[in-house]
Design a protein around this ligand. Sequence first.
Ligand code: ADP
Ligand code: MG
Length: 685
Amino acid sequence: MTDRGQAPVAELHGVGPQVASRLKALGITCELDLLFHRPLRYEDRTRIVPLGRVRPETRVQVEGRVVHQEVVQRRRRMLLVTLADDTGQLTLRFFRFFPSQLRMYREGNRVRCFGDVRFGPQGFEMAHPQAQVLGKGEPPPLPKHLTAIYPVTQGLAQATLAKIIDAAVDRLLDGEIRLADPLGSSESPPLQEALRIIHRPGPEENLDALIDGHHPAVQRLATEELLAHHLALTRLNQARARQRAYALKPDEALQEKLLGVVGFEPTGAQRRVVGEIMEDLGAERPMRRLLQGDVGSGKTLVAAFALLAAAASGRQAAIVAPTEILAEQHYRTLSQWLEPLGIEPVWLAGKVKGKARREALARLAGEASIAIGTHALFQEGVEFRDLALIVVDEQHRFGVHQRLALAAKGSEGVRSPHQLVMTATPIPRTLAMTAYAGLDISVIDELPPGRKPVTTVVLSQGRREEIVERLRRALGEGRQAYWVCPLIEESDVLEAQAAETTAEELSAALPEFSVGLIHGRMKPADKQAVMDAFASGKTALLVATTVIEVGVDVPNASLMMIENAERLGLSQLHQLRGRVGRGSEQAACVLIYKPPLGETARKRLETMRETTDGFVIAERDLELRGPGEVLGTRQTGMLRFRVADLARDADLLEPVKSLAESLDVAGADVVIERWLGGAEQFVDV
Ligand code: ADP
Ligand code: MG
């Protein structure tokens, strides 16, 4: 029993190498992945709304005759087109236009348009609709089902992706792709029907439920996905029970020396978790421990103790971070701490090339005891002499796949490296048990002394001028600030553009200060240069997308402005806010929202104002997660689930356990393979 339909996407009609690489960025490598790529939302193109019946703030399809066309000169040139049908009129507005559009909207032409309706100076209007000119004869038929809009990525157009997925859905419905359905009738709807509904819902389906995931079709997939994880982790634990590791013993003299260099006393919580870790490391069974600690709780020092134990035992340890910025920050901090002890860490990231790379590789295969870097440390061609410990920072950015690849890397014979996974995402214990099944958990539940909680205010974006004035005063006092522009559309291109525009505006509004800009589309070297300028105080204000969420430590920065705060999940807001309040200044966070504020969003922002306790925030997040949280869900995902969402689907966990028991080995293989790709990697890690 296997799935037919595992063709790599690159072999599909219409998928060239370029598109294939873009699909890969979305986690889509085979045909099945296409079927499991869930739409973000749906558009109703099954009907035409009469022009007299359109309502503002809706997204609709209309049809009409062009009765007027005019190019007007306002602040800039604009094209205005008036459409009419028997019931009324609608204005189309174009802020930019091409000569071809003047022809397309020639008076007398009939057009079909799709777009957002707004209330404008001349009544209802649509700006830049998607449109097609209708010929003289019968208009093309309307689709029978809703049109799915998928999450895309830079360089992959919605239309391209939709076409590829559409073809896969056709093959599924034709029976060309056959999906084994080991859960069969025990779960409804059946798998194939669930996929059909998700990609091609009829107009009668509950769309809100489809989008927020409460729809039975989505729940069906979520169940299977959670089941796949459960089964895989069970196998992992079984394999782990047979594994051996090297016992690592700390050296007290070195530990004392480290504390001397570091210059502060560990908190009680840091001491306690170091104790828990040392106990694990001292055994000949591989440690699998999750270290949870709020932003700023001092996880780096704990990691340093673990690394030191490996070095003191004559073996090797590696610490990996998901981004170069974060990895470099570790490299700097840990080098400073460890070099006085005679330990020189090796630095390895994707950008380390040529001679530097050869040297790094030689040291890893040779005398080096500590390696710091990105996942480049675990790529082909990197050989360790004797890797006995892996520390993974900010694990929520890695998926289960990488975690397993890391484990496989260090496995030599039956010895497997100890693993410490550090995360700043506070996870309620009930969920942590599942999200990190197979990991023991340590918690740093105390912040270093002297931290003042960040004060938080919530303001409407209508008060932007006031906010900018406040910023001017703070910068004038020599403070530094972040201004975060989070994702507001499903594309990092637009996110980067929004940040660029904001940086320009703020530069213009605050000419006396230097403004930096950082976003995810910049080259690592450029990002680093921008971060360095901010860390050294050369730039006063840093405009950023959410790339700063992880790993930035600039103690002088004491002000954090977050735009579109209502769009972000609580955990993410908490992560962002944690970037300030690390120095002696009283830090402040301004959450800027765009009205009107829905009930859930209001409660969320209130929570942020009321508490700075990560665990309280995490619990509240769970309660409040509601419809339309695609963004928050995606960003806070602890494990990278494709469909399941632990907050939403917590009640599926129990049923999943009994489903797991009812499956035979072949059925379990299908489910694991389908969702986690390749059962092999689970057996011998
Ligand atoms: P995180 O847990 O977010 O990774 P870090 O390890 O970056 O936190 O620590 C945050 C800041 O607090 C760093 O500047 C670090 O040097 C400092 N720090 C860590 N532990 C202590 C402590 N026990 N006393 C004082 N400062 C500490
Ligand atoms: Mg950290």
